[in-house]
Design a protein around this ligand. Structure first.
Ligand SMILES: *[C@@H]1O[C@H](CO)[C@@H](O)[C@H](O)[C@H]1NC(C)=O
Ligand SMILES: *[C@@H]1O[C@H](CO)[C@@H](O)[C@H](O)[C@H]1NC(C)=O
Length: 389
């Protein structure tokens, strides 16, 4: 009976990634060497914890004149000082492990006590591989392949091409397509090619293409989500006017006669889904917007007054907060074609709730950069892994 420390050597393990048919991605994820190094550190910390709780199978055998049996084995100490995950161009990721050190603790019995050259390579390595695999699978399972955004809209983050490894990073091409949960119809345009820059200073990068945003436009439009109301409550105090029929009396005298001093509201909707373009200068689009004006009776029922159609330039402000892309639309001042009737700015509240990025749970982003490229928005970030409590 006794305790024994054993050094265990495991070789290199290469993960080759399966092929699927290729098409332009709507969303690209890049993990750089810095990101892989961070993932490796975090992975080992998890592995050390898992292995400390692992119960190894009892085993016995015979080697020459030596009979041995091991039972109640545990691994209280496990170190991987020289492991590294590296991208191998055109292959995938290589996980190399050398000089792994494990302390094995348990009961062992050896008959014909010779010097004992203990080489316990098979069962230990197997369990290490299993633990790595289990943790990877757990993480991969939390990756949102299709994610629900709300009860009407989903987003498809499935792979469209095999992940590409270069010497500095692993790029993963995803579909990045929004769709209606009730009825998914084919998208009437194709994703454009993205010239992803060779940036690799941050741990991860995301490329969100115009396809990504335009499929969002279609899905939200079809879900009836792109309808807003402009009411008295939204007029800024500084504007010093009320949204009522007297406001229009100079331009539409019959309005005052028919509906004297009655409050008004506008219902803004999009007859077609908005279509945006992304260039190096930013995101812009020219939505066609219908504005229906109503007078509000004291009993709250509405009298339709007139319908305006207007086109304006909209620029989008994009940022990332807690793993979500959030946006706000600046529509500036809406100019009604009747005359100078500014109703101030408003924000698209639904967009400010954000879209979930294809990240596993417990991943937080920091040090975020946002840059515009032709046809896509580039986001770079460093990653922090939140350990399970
Ligand atoms: C509300 O008031 C208007 C004007 O007095 C009237 O025409 C309309 O029928 C009323 N609607 C309801 C639901 O009572
Ligand atoms: C909209 O954008 C176009 C092109 O940038 C510009 O020529 C036009 O003046 C803009 N219109 C408004 C109302 O800002």
């Amino acid at each position: 009976m006794g305790m024994q420390s054993v050094a265990v050597a495991c070789g290199a393990l290469t993960l080759c990634l399966a092929l699927t048919t290729a098409t332009n991605p709507g969303f690209v994820v890049r993990i750089t060497q810095t990101g892989l190094d961070y993932a490796q550190q975090q992975g080992i910390a998890i592995l050390e914890k898992e292995l400390a709780q692992l119960k190894l199978p009892d085993f016995s055998g015979k080697s020459g004149k030596v009979r041995y049996s091991f039972s109640r084995l545990r691994i209280p100490t496990f170190r991987l000082p020289h492991s590294r995950i590296t991208p191998i161009p055109n292959v995938g990721l290589q996980v190399s492990i050398s000089n792994a050190f494990a302390e094995l603790d348990g009961d062992w019995r050896v008959k014909f006590l010779f010097m004992l050259p203990v080489l316990v390579y098979v069962p230990v390595c197997d369990n290490v591989a299993k633990s790595v695999q289990n943790e990877l699978q757990k993480q991969v399972r939390t990756l949102p392949v299709t994610a629900r955004i709300d009860n009407k809209i989903g987003i498809d983050y499935s792979l469209v091409a095999p992940p590409r490894a270069t010497t500095k990073s692993l790029d993963v091409d995803l579909k990045g397509e929004f769709y209606s949960l009730a009825h998914r119809s084919p998208v009437p345009f194709s994703p454009l090619p993205l010239a992803f820059p060779s940036d690799h200073e941050r741990m991860v990068y995301f490329g969100a293409s115009s396809y990504f945003f335009n499929t969002a436009g279609i899905a939200y439009h079809e879900a009836g989500a792109l309808v807003f109301e402009i009411t008295e409550a939204m007029i800024p105090k500084e504007a010093r006017f009320s949204l009522d029929t007297s406001l229009f009396s100079a331009f539409i005298p019959q309005l005052e006669e028919m509906y004297p001093n009655m409050p008004m509201k506008f219902r803004v909707s999009t007859p077609t889904a908005p279509f945006l373009t992304i260039g190096e200068g930013g995101i812009s689009f020219q939505p066609i917007v219908d504005v229906q004006a109503y007078a509000i009776f004291p009993n709250s029922s509405l009298a339709p007054l007139f319908l305006l159609s207007l086109t304006g330039n909209v620029s989008a402000v994009i940022n990332v907060r807690s793993g979500r892309i959030v946006g706000s639309l600046d529509v500036g001042r809406i100019r009604l074609s009747l005359k100078d009737s500014a109703v101030g700015t408003f924000q698209v509240t639904r967009l400010s709730e954000g879209f979930r990025l294809p990240l596993p749970d417990r991943i937080q982003l920091s040090n975020i950069l946002v840059r515009f490229h032709q046809n896509f928005l580039l986001l770079g970030a460093d990653v922090r892994f939140q350990p399970r409590r």
